[in-house]
Every structure is written in structure tokens, then in C-alpha cells.
Design a protein around this ligand. Sequence first.
Ligand code: ATP
Ligand code: MG
Length: 353
Amino acid sequence: MKKLKIASIPGDGIGKEVVPAAIDVLKAVSEIHGGLSFEFMDFPYSCEYYLEHGSMMPEDGLKRLKDFDSIFLGAVGNAKLVPDHISLWGLLIKLRREFEQQINIRPAKLLNGVRSPLVNPKDFDLIVVRENSEGEYSEVGGRIFREEDEIAIQNNIFSRKGTERAMHYAFDLAAKRNKHVTSATKSNGIVHSMPFWDEVFKDVAKNYPEIETDSQHIDALSAFFVTHPDKFDVIVASNLFGDILTDLGAAIMGSIGIAPAGNINCNGKYPSMFEPVHGSAPDIYGKGIANPIGQIWTAKMMLDHHGENEIGNVLLDVVECTTADGIMTPDIGGKHSTEEVTEEIIKRLKEKA
Ligand code: ATP
Ligand code: MG
């Protein structure tokens, strides 16, 4: 029997509603699988924890988490209690950085029964691989005064190792999917980092002769994302471009409440962390209407990450049958509660046993 040790951090707001829901679903997954079990341990790290203890997690928090197989996180942030820069840097960004989660992956796919805002939604199924540790989000830079003016300088950092790592991840993923990688670039306007990005992309591509490639400037690519999302398989993007594309991906799926994500540690030294794209949604917290699908799909990505693709695919099929039958929360046009959707998914999963 394979056992996965999962650290669960529900965090703030609706994280406290959707994480327990997704854990119930994972328990049902293990029941029907037979050869897979989970050991969950809950960690209360959140803004409420901060108010009580003066930090988002204890000093030895990283040590407590580092030996888990994965971290399953809900959402972090409640600006009414704690300023966002404290809660994000004190927990979410700290975990991503300290556990060297250099890649962020976010699929976008049209679920049966869910209305996309696209005019002619095609049946798209794509995945964005975002470099998560360097690029445009660097701390290098500052302000200078020159000729009676104030100037802000922001340096972009692209290491060959970091860039190659993201690209290899994208190509390996495409090899298991539809064998196409698109590189998001802007080498016609950004004259140092992006030509370098293009060069590394071409070099890495040589190792994967069976994979088709193309390279598109981020502006045109964003437009194409909206008009022809069905033309993409895997897209590899820098930190900033990936950030923007993945929000766009969540939007064309129909709701941020269904979009999943994973932060991947590639060197195997630390756990990867799975957290949906949405935040703590304080506007709907406590109403019982948070869409649990983002968190449940995120659980499927965690299953995939641990080699359990087969059961992961069963889970996503069940989610899709549920939405196809109109059993869904208000954000995607339904009338059902978090609990009703979750129970229906569990019931249908068990019918698969
Ligand atoms: P953060 O800064 O933590 O990313 P945010 O304010 O940018 O938070 P969210 O918390 O994701 O964004 O909320 C954005 C909007 O989407 C809100 O109106 C919220 O109610 C809605 N929303 C987010 N997640 C869900 C969900 N799971 N189900 C239903 N609605 C959701
Ligand atoms: Mg947000």
C-alpha cells in the first residue's frame, strides 16, 4: 500500500471550506483505489494564527513541513486582519522560495457544462508552465535621482539553469500530452533577457525532436489565447508572462473558482505545494457557496505529481460529469452549495468502485 503524507494548510477564508471538502474527496479516492492511502496533518498557519502568535507560522515551521510528500494549501490572506505583504511573504512566498518550488503549473481546460466567457469556446485543454523563482520578479534594482528626475530601475534575472529547468519541465510534460510547446517571448522589445530566453528554448528543443515548437510574442499570444485557446498544448513562460497568462487561463475557463495550480520542487529535496489559483475570497466566506472544484482539481494535480494519473483522471472525469449535470456552485451558474457539490462528487466517485 502506497501512503502519501500530506501537510494540509487550509489558511484563510474559503480555504477553510474548500480544503476539508477536497480532503474528503481524496479520502474517497483512496477508498476506491485500494492501493493508495493518505496521512493528513493539519497546520493552522493563517492570518488568525498571526494575530495570536505574531507570525504566519512558527519559527520551525519549515522544518515541520519539509518531510511531507506534498503540501496541500487553500488560500492565504485576509487584508482586514493582516496586511497582504505580511501574510504572503510570511507564508506563501516563504514556502515557495525556501522549498525551491521553481515551477508553477496551471492547466486551463473547458469543463463540460461550465460556461466560458468566450464567444465561440472551443474545446481547449492547455497547461502553462511558469518559471516561478526568478525573471521579472527580482529584488534587484532600486531608485536613483538623475538630472532632477527620479528613476526606478528593476532588473530581470534569467539564469541559464533556471530557464533550462522551466523549459525541460515543459517539454517533458508535452511528451506525455499532445507534443507541442509554445514559448512566450518578447524578444522584439526586451533586448537582453528575451533573446536569451529564445536561445535557451531553441537549445533545449534540440533534445526533444518529437515535440513541435513555436515561439510567440506575449502580446499576440495573449490575444490568441482568447481567440484560439484550442491551438495550445503546453506553454512555457517567464515569471511575469506566466502570471498574466495563467489568470487569463482561469478567466476563459469560466471562473477563478475552478482553476487549479501546483508549485513544483524539481530537485526532490523539498515537498511541492498544491494550491488553487483563487484567493481567500472574503466576500463569500462563510456562505457555504465557495466552489470546491479549484481545490479538488488541485488535488488531482497532486495525485498526478505522485504518479497516480489514472485515478487523477477518474477524479476529473467525475468532476466533469457533475458539472455537466448542472450540479455546481453559483459562480459558474449553479444553485448548489460547496457541500452539495462535494457530496455529489464523492457519491459518483464511489459508484466507480
Ligand atoms: P488574492 O489576493 O488572495 O488572490 P483576490 O481578492 O485577488 O485574492 P479571490 O480571493 O480569488 O481574489 O477572489 C476574487 C473573486 O472571485 C471574488 O469575488 C471571489 O468571491 C471569487 N472567488 C474566488 N474563489 C472562488 C471560489 N472558489 N468559488 C466562488 N467564487 C470564488
Ligand atoms: Mg488574486
